[in-house]
Design a protein around this ligand. Structure first.
Ligand SMILES: O=C(O)c1ccccc1NCC(=O)[C@H](O)[C@H](O)COP(=O)(O)O
Length: 264
């Protein structure tokens, strides 16, 4: 089993357990009592000449790095991201490998005027999208390496039905070619190979020209310095997804300004 397969086997077991305890009808009722979430896609759109958008991540740990930052108060960190111009906030909700939770997402969604929230997890089943929407997310991550084209299409349609966006993630040409047949509105190119955890910052630059122009383009992973951000902003990405560099910074707000001060 490669590393991604190990994660997915665990996630599949977790979903089976959730299906025993969670009531979809109750989640649907909860959703009816909430306001529609803010628009993730519009928040990421970058008009010509505007600074690159930043999706700031709440990330305590990862399979590649282990424990990175305790983040005892995720609301405080989300507030800091909000105050320093995050276009959106990515909240890792996986407990086993990233020390996150749906509770983090729910708590951050209670912040007044919060930016759109992305549920970052290994989404394999519609129940995870329903839970995300009920917890206040505007978007979910759908990873091409984890889904068949038919499942991807189905989950994208279900997210849209719930008024949510999907950030559809690819890592190579073959995944991109498959994903483009599903006509996603937002594509993320992950510089990290999820099977080996190696990060190659040229992955996103190599695949970018293959993405049709109306789609929103996000560069993900391994972005640490203004020079890194500059490279992706200059290439034409709408947004950058940054985790480790922010959560390990002595001052995450200053680090954000350093990164998003970058203009083409
Ligand atoms: O971060 C990991 O080690 C990881 C391992 C396996 C699957 C996913 C993983 N990360 C998810 C992400 O895509 C990143 O959290 C996100 O792009 C931010 O990356 P970074 O700025 O490098 O923390």
């Amino acid at each position: 089993m490669n590393r991604l397969e190990t994660i997915l086997a665990h996630k599949q077991r977790e979903i089976e357990e959730r299906l025993q305890t969670v009531s979809p009808e109750q989640l649907e009722r909860d959703i009816q009592e909430t306001l529609p979430p803010p628009d993730f896609r519009e928040a990421l759109r970058r008009p010509p000449g505007a600074p690159v958008r930043l999706i700031a991540e709440i990330k305590r740990a990862s399979p590649s790095r282990g424990q990175m930052a305790p983040i005892a108060n995720p609301i405080e960190l989300a507030h800091c991201y909000q105050q320093n111009g995050a276009a959106a906030i990515s909240v890792l909700t996986d407990a086993r490998f990233f020390s996150g939770s749906l509770e983090d997402l729910r708590a951050i969604a209670a912040l007044p005027h919060h930016p759109p929230l992305l549920r970052k997890d290994f989404i394999l089943h519609p129940i995870q999208i329903l839970e995300a929407r009920a917890a206040g997310a505007s978007a979910v991550l759908l990873i091409a390496a984890c889904l068949s084209p038919a499942s991807l299409r189905h989950l994208m349609a279900y997210a849209a039905e719930l008024g949510m966006s999907a950030l559809v993630e690819v890592h190579n040409e073959a995944e991109l070619e498959q994903v483009l047949t599903c006509q996603p509105e937002i594509i993320g190119i992950n510089n990290r190979n999820l099977r080996t955890f190696e990060v190659d910052p040229y992955t996103a630059l190599r695949l970018l020209p293959l993405i049709p122009s109306p789609m929103i383009k996000v560069a993900e992973s391994g972005i640490h310095t203004p020079e890194d951000a500059h490279r992706f902003a200059d290439a034409g990405f709408d947004a950058l997804l940054v985790g480790e560099a922010l959560v390990t910074a002595a001052n995450p707000g200053e680090k954000m300004k350093e990164l998003i001060g970058v203009v083409e």
